[in-house]
Structure formats: structure tokens, C-alpha cells
Design a binder for this molecule. Sequence first.
Ligand SMILES: [Zn+2]
Length: 265
Amino acid sequence: MAIIILFFIYGLAFGSFCNVVISRTRSEEKLFLSQSHCPKCKKDIGWKDNIPVISFLILRGKCRNCHKKISWQYPLVEIATAIIFTLIGYFYTIGSIDNLLVAVLYSFVFACLMVVFVYDVKYMEIPMHAMWLAIGLLVVINIVNDISGGSLQGDFWHSTTFTHSLSALVAFCFFFGLSYISDETWMGYGDAFLAIAIGLLLGPMATFLALMVAFCVGALVGMGLVVAKGKTMKTAIPFGPFLIFGLLVIFVVLNLYPTFMDNFI
Ligand SMILES: [Zn+2]
């Protein structure tokens, strides 16, 4: 149980870091060199006012210096990251901590995807530094899983490294094709890189399911926006967040019900 609480706190801290990465990627600031500051008045934020979620509540969502509102993005990203990290801790470290390394690597992957998710919602662009880091980590995770499962000495063609890489390649080609044919009006090339991450993480059939979830939820939300906000079908909405949502849903389902995919084969 203690390790789950640790994963939660570690998720809050990482969520806070994700917020910094998102704002500094946009403003092209150095990631580590300067202290956190208020985006409105630029005044440095002391450590007391920089505690995830808690400071937001104490300050009632306003900057201590200029009293301007602090975006809800900050506590929401912190809580969402903490919940995802807690789930990963629960899936991979309950009962035995043999998979602790994989759990930590997965948490880094989802932190990267959190940055991609929020950045794409806000700026309609996929930050490639976070995307490449996620893809690199997923390749490492697949190799670690194969080594610890002993499958690399056996049949390479059935190893996670090979089957998941192949899924990633197929998913990438599909999305790259959609972007190319539509001249990036249906999908962006960034979405093709997200498809690589989905393939590497989920493997053959589950990748397909995650994409189905993304398309269905994307269509529903798109129609909802047309009805509620009078947007036209032509108003572009970023697709990346739906891909990440689909990935997360299937990742959670597969960890809760390891035999889930048997229903589809
Ligand atoms: Zn301020």
C-alpha cells in the first residue's frame, strides 16, 4: 500500500513538472535553469506556493502577487497524472516489486503523453521532444519485458519487441497516409507518431481497439461541439488527445482484464 501512495505523490510532482514543460516549450524557455514564475506578472513563485494542488487550493486559484487567476490546467494535470501513476503502481508493483523498473518507465511514458495531450488541446500541435522520448522509452520497455520474460532467446518473431514494433509501423503508415491524402486536414503528421506509441505499447489487436475508441470518442465529441457551440464540421479539433485517451482506456482494460483480448481473437 505504501508504494501506491508513493506513486500518487510522485505523480503529483511529475504532473507539476509536466505543466512547466508545457509552458516552457511554448515560450521556448530553458527547462531547468530558471525558477517557476507566474505567467501573468512574471514574479517568481516561492516553494510554498508551488506545492501541487494544495497551493492552488490555499491561494484559491489566484496568484499571490498579482491576484490574477491561475489556470485550472495546473491542478487538473497534477491530479490526472497522479491518478495515472497510481494505476501504474497498482498494476505493476502490487504483490511483488520485480516490475518496479517497468512501472517507473511506464510512468515516464504517460508523463510525456500528458504533455502531448495538453499541448495538442491548447496549441493544436504535437511537441515532438515529448513524443520521441515516449517512443524511445516504449522501445526500452518492450526489450526489458522480453529479457525478463526470456522471450528474446526463443522465437524472436513472437517477441513483444518484434510484434509491437510491427503494430507501430502499420499504425504509423495508416495515419501518415491519412495525413498525406487529406493534406493534414483530417489528421496531422504528429498523430502518426502518436500511432507509433500506441502500437509499441499495445501490440497487434489492442492497437486496433485503441484506435477504434479514439475514432468513436472523437466523432462523438466533434458532433457534440457542432451542436453545442455551433462549430462547423470544418472547425479543426486536434485528434491527438483522442488517440491518447484510446490508448489509456485500452491500457487500463488490459491490465484489469488480462484475458480481455481473447474475446477478439
Ligand atoms: Zn502573478
